[in-house]
Design a protein around this ligand. Structure first.
Ligand code: FAD
Ligand code: NAD
Length: 160
């Protein structure tokens, strides 16, 4: 089975885009991720999937906490920055939720503590118990066929 074709197949599943954030000794780290799912309502649980080569893996293992920031359609630059697609360093000012760094303007912010982790193939799944969450107005940034999209047709110029 071919990796590129598998990614192409998975890329046909349209998703939102999140930035996962955590903090170690006062230093914040963010990573773009679309492998995110709501798992349970009682108790409130979510899951994220982090690749074995990501810096974020060791950081969450150490902090045992993470936040999910669901990006709005005006936050594509954050997605690119935290995926390493913008090379020059940028200063990001984070807000705080339940002691975790979060991105201002994200349409949902969810602060979690890790309750379990499962190594599966080349990724680790972290189950997070929700400590607090916040919702803001806005439309989502979307990811489909390896490209950013928006619900608004007038923003389709972004990928052209
Ligand atoms: P690095 O590559 O070191 O950091 C990522 C970037 O964020 C760097 O450019 C860094 O400068 C910047 N950065 C980090 N913290 C800060 C800060 N405090 N201030 C300013 N800049 C900062 N990978 C997965 O494992 N799981 C997924 O679900 C996933 N989904 C993705 C979805 C999309 C749409 C995209 C584009 C990528 C996805 N990736 C996913 C890939 C992942 O985002 C990249 O491999 C990423 O570079 C890995 O980050 P890292 O933790 O290794 O950190
Ligand atoms: P792409 O065409 O590589 O991604 C399409 C879809 O394939 C993704 O939405 C995801 O479902 C799946 N996918 C891609 N890489 C994967 C991986 N290493 N492990 C598991 N699933 C994966 O999109 P792109 O624009 O080329 O992505 C940019 C970069 O971000 C690539 O390096 C890609 O590998 C990475 N990425 C990683 C994940 C992940 O680890 N879960 C998810 C999305 C993108």
């Amino acid at each position: 089975m071919d990796d590129r074709q598998f990614r192409q197949a998975m890329g046909n599943f349209a998703t939102g885009v999140t930035v996962i954030t955590t903090e170690i000794e006062g230093e914040q780290h963010g990573m773009t991720a679309n492998a995110f799912m709501s798992v349970s309502l009682e108790p409130k649980l979510v899951v994220i999937s982090i690749g074995e080569k990501a810096q974020m893996l060791g950081k969450i293992k150490e902090s045992k906490k993470f936040a999910i920031n669901v990006l709005s359609d005006v936050q594509q630059e954050y997605s690119m920055l935290f995926a390493g697609q913008i090379k020059e360093p940028r200063t990001v000012n984070f807000d705080s939720l339940a002691g975790l760094p979060v991105l201002t303007g994200a349409i949902a912010q969810v602060a979690c503590e890790v309750v379990s982790e499962h190594v599966e193939g080349d990724h680790t799944l972290f189950i997070g118990k929700v400590l607090d969450f916040k919702v803001e107005e806005g439309d989502p940034l979307l990811f489909f066929k390896g490209k950013y999209r928006s619900l608004l047709p007038e923003m389709s110029f972004i990928n052209k």
